[in-house]
Design a protein around this ligand. Sequence first.
Ligand code: HEM
Length: 500
Amino acid sequence: MLFRNLLLGSRTKVLAKSASPVNVYKQLTKRTICSTNVKSLRFDLNQKSMLMKTSPFTKTIPRSFSLSSKFSNPTTIAANATATTTPVVSEESLKTAKSVAYWLIGTSGLVFGIVILGGLTRLTESGLSITEWKPVAGTLPPLNQKQWEEEFEKYKESPEFKQLNSHINLDEFKFIFFMEWVHRLWGRAIGAVFILPAAYFAVSGKTSRHVNKRLLGLTGLLALQGFLGWWMVKSGLDQEQLTERNSKPTVSQYRLTTHLGAAFFLYMGMLWTGFEILRERKWIKDPAEALKLFKKLDNGSMGPLRKISLGLLFVSFVTAMSGGMVAGLDAGWIYNTWPKMGEQWLPPSRELMDDNFARREDKKDLWWRNLLENPTTVQLVHRTFAYTSFAAVLAAHMYCIKLKHIIPKNANTTMHALMGVVTFQVGLGIFTLLWLVPIPLASLHQGGALALVTTSLIFAVQLRKPRMPIRNLINSLYIQKLQPSSKILNEAAKFSNKAL
Ligand code: HEM
């Protein structure tokens, strides 16, 4: 049990003689834990009880305790009501400037752009044209004829030139170099556009601690992304690795997908944080509306839908990653038929689990190598994930239609959009395959994957319950608005004293 608590957090049922949420909560936070560790509280005023869910690593949590009788005293109730007019955590420490949200969403747009450009670099087979990684010096392209010729000489040493491109001249080289150079420059620009303002916002106190932690994580991810880019390119330049993979000069599909996945994570992290800031600011501005929304989000039927929303985000992400594997293996160039794969619904099992892909004598790696390295199987896996994504969104859409009176209106609208995006994306995938991966369509299909992940992410954000400190803040702001002067509370206290 202790292990479970540490890992998952715990649930504690608190019984109160007084059914006031204010009292129960105050008593709880005073006696046991810091309010920021509380993930959710659910009050049952009839049963005079409260269910508390805490985050992992919360220290002492009594399984159940009764509140002292003094809390059933009306004077104390009034006094406690006064106490809650002061926010549990100050508004300023929770608030993040709107400009931070817009900057994050804008920067995520730049990440969207670089993913598309990266795809175009791959589709035009330009990605292996720059054979070195110079994070600072590489900012400038060759500036004169001599430098261009030097750069071309270096490229002539690469396996790609020797085996595939020995016919190209300097002008053709300039085009592929330019594609890769713009991609790298864009990456550097994102670094600058992210890190400098992040430091400024943090130092000037425009961000909350919560957002600062996110910004730190995103900075780490950004640095990792630059490294992953070079790690990927190296796999296509190094003849030893190519021989080991028995591959023509292209990057490893594993590394391509890792690089793509990290970009998706960076994009999702920026968007999620940006939307969360905007959402919380909106609540702070209008606590009454916020409380109405919280009531909807606290509805029991929303629990499963919240899990479904995260499931949809996960399945969209995994489908996109399986698409990365298709792209990395050029598996879109085979089985260009739909809905069947060739003449059959499924390729022959001999081809799907081809012995030639196993590298171990005992063939123990037959399954996973075919699933990740055999273009036929990898395409089938991508088709399967795509159908799963479509079916999952369709089912969730129908579920939302059923619950449409309970679900927040904006989440409902997003679900309709999600249904549209997934249908469009599946259509794009099919035509990309049928028409032998034309560059504009393949690029649009990649953009479609990002659009699908974006819509799933917005849906998940819209269904999220507020963080506990924000909930506390909104509650107290609401009470402050209702009772602008403490006079009313003093009157209430006097009245209660008389009643005793
Ligand atoms: C929810 C649906 C889908 C998602 C999220 C998705 C996502 C992706 C992604 C992210 C890529 C990699 C693009 C790149 O890195 O350049 C990709 C590639 C590909 N997908 Fe899909 N896809 C979906 C459905 C489909 C379907 C239904 C088909 C065909 C039946 C399909 C066929 C392809 C092909 C052929 C490629 C390789 C294109 C290339 O080489 O650039 N996709 N997909």
